[in-house]
Design a binder for this molecule. Sequence first.
Ligand SMILES: [Zn+2]
Length: 66
Amino acid sequence: MGKGTPSKGKKNKAASHKTCRRCGRHSYHRQKRFCSFCGFGKTAKLRQPGWRNRFPAFNGNKGFAR
Ligand SMILES: [Zn+2]
């Protein structure tokens, strides 16, 4: 699937993620029913970004926005 008209057909589908009621980020997956950021729905504890903060981000991110 490319960038053209065929792929635009999915644009009107419902959003896959909605606002997480634990971390407040827009990372709660509606179908999978868990938050990709904090792990809400999958784990009772907050998802720890373990190895992520052990090294400086190499993609230009200065930590998390929220
Ligand atoms: Zn969350």
